[in-house]
Write a protein that binds this ligand. Structure first.
Ligand SMILES: [Ca+2]
Ligand SMILES: [Ca+2]
Ligand SMILES: [Ca+2]
Ligand SMILES: [Ca+2]
Ligand SMILES: [Zn+2]
Length: 389
């Protein structure tokens, strides 16, 4: 089994894998039976590893949890079913990107990029040194550039007729200092940030969306008219065009997503607020579909509603519990359409627990509160098995 396949399963060699095996031995047989899946792989490389110096003062060295949380965030994009051609190392090409540790341009000769894979270089720096006066920026990212066509089989991706998007990958950077002191990052994926903390998962999801072309791709720009985004999937979800903020590269401040009764604010509605978690909503996925990504239908509706009855409750969890570890097409408990039932589906369920679709009429036979509580406790126990320390 290749490292790429291990990464898709959210398992990594070494201690984290050993924790999983100890908790869940029955999953092993299913784990090894995983075959060809139609999804993409995102390979995260620490910039400090790339240059060979990971030491104190480097963002990812100073924050050992950051890499696991960033890799978790990439799972929000890995269900995309695009077929991306490999970029061989032979043609003599140059990849360029913004070095996340310095803000300066960096280049690589003949980077090999496997099929259906994006490579993202990750690092950190103090953005206050980039901007005068300081604007309290917490992250930055963008797709990589190249001196060759990067369409990777996705058709027209540049210019005024671009209707799709592709890239070899890109770079993502996180802020190290806030007014000269270490920024108070929150890395845990299962708990919200405390007041004043910067939620790493929120920023990672936001910045990764920029790598995937939100606000950065020609196919995004081609769907902007005035300050309105007018992609077909977006209009289908919201019933109208959606307002963008200044520079037309984020949603307008406070933009929420259907179809929830209590609609959440998107992680792509700048500015992001300290002490809050924002994740990708159906609206964000609709825009990513509009700019050319093959987004599973499940991500365009209520997230975590495994039995598709309009709410996220204990019943959804019980279905997940019965099929965790399985893979294939059309699995009910595969909440994100990744063709695997895994801990990311559980996280989608957990982080949307209690929500329901707008106008939903609760069914008569709702679980008793005690049942819900015990279900939640089971979920937490399973999560404890899987949290990668
Ligand atoms: Ca800073
Ligand atoms: Ca595409
Ligand atoms: Ca449900
Ligand atoms: Ca899944
Ligand atoms: Zn942004």
């Amino acid at each position: 089994m290749s490292i790429a396949e291990i990464h898709r399963l959210g398992l990594r060699p070494g201690r984290a894998g050993a924790v999983w095996f100890a908790c869940c031995p029955l999953l092993l047989a299913q784990w090894f039976s995983v075959v060809q899946l139609h999804a993409i792989t995102i390979e995260v490389r620490r910039m400090c590893d790339h240059i060979g110096v990971c030491a104190a003062g480097d963002f990812f060295s100073d924050h050992p949890q950051a890499l696991d949380t960033l890799r978790f965030a990439t799972k929000a994009f890995e269900p995309f079913a695009d077929n991306l051609l490999a970029i061989p190392s032979s043609p003599g090409w140059t990849a360029t990107f913004t070095n996340p540790n310095t803000g300066k341009s960096a280049s690589l000769i003949n980077l090999f990029v496997p099929s259906d894979t994006l490579i993202i270089f990750a690092g950190g720096r103090d953005f206050d040194t980039d901007d005068t006066p300081a604007v309290n920026q917490v992250g930055a990212a963008g797709p990589g550039q190249a001196n060759i066509s990067l369409s990777r089989g996705q058709g027209v991706i540049v210019g005024s007729s671009a209707i799709d998007f592709s890239t070899w990958g890109g770079a993502i950077a996180f802020d190290t200092l806030s007014s000269g002191s270490p920024r108070n990052w929150h890395f845990d994926i299962h708990t919200p940030p405390a007041p004043g903390q910067t939620d790493f998962l929120t920023i990672a999801l936001h910045e990764l969306a920029h790598v995937f072309g939100f606000g950065t791709a020609p196919s995004f720009d081609n769907l902007v008219s005035g300050d309105q985004f007018q992609g077909a999937n977006t209009i289908n979800l919201t019933g109208s065009t959606v307002s963008l903020g200044p520079n037309e590269d984020h949603w307008a401040s406070g933009t929420t997503s259907p179809p929830y009764a209590d609609p959440p604010i998107s992680a792509l509605a700048a500015p992001l607020v300290l002490g809050r978690r924002r994740v990708l909503t159906p609206l964000d996925y609709a825009a990513l579909a509009d700019i050319g990504w093959e987004v599973p239908d499940k991500l365009l509706g209520l997230h975590g509603d495994i039995d598709a009855d309009g709410d996220i409750d204990g019943r959804d969890f019980l279905i997940w519990q019965r099929s965790v570890g399985t893979s294939g097409v059309g699995l009910l408990a595969d909440a994100d359409g990744s063709q695997m039932v895994d801990e990311y589906d559980l996280w989608l369920w957990q982080s949307n627990y209690g929500r329901q679709v707008a106008g939903n009429q609760p069914l008569a036979a709702v679980p008793e509160p005690a049942t819900i509580m015990s279900t939640g406790m089971v979920a937490m126990a399973l999560l404890a098995c899987r949290i990668l320390k």
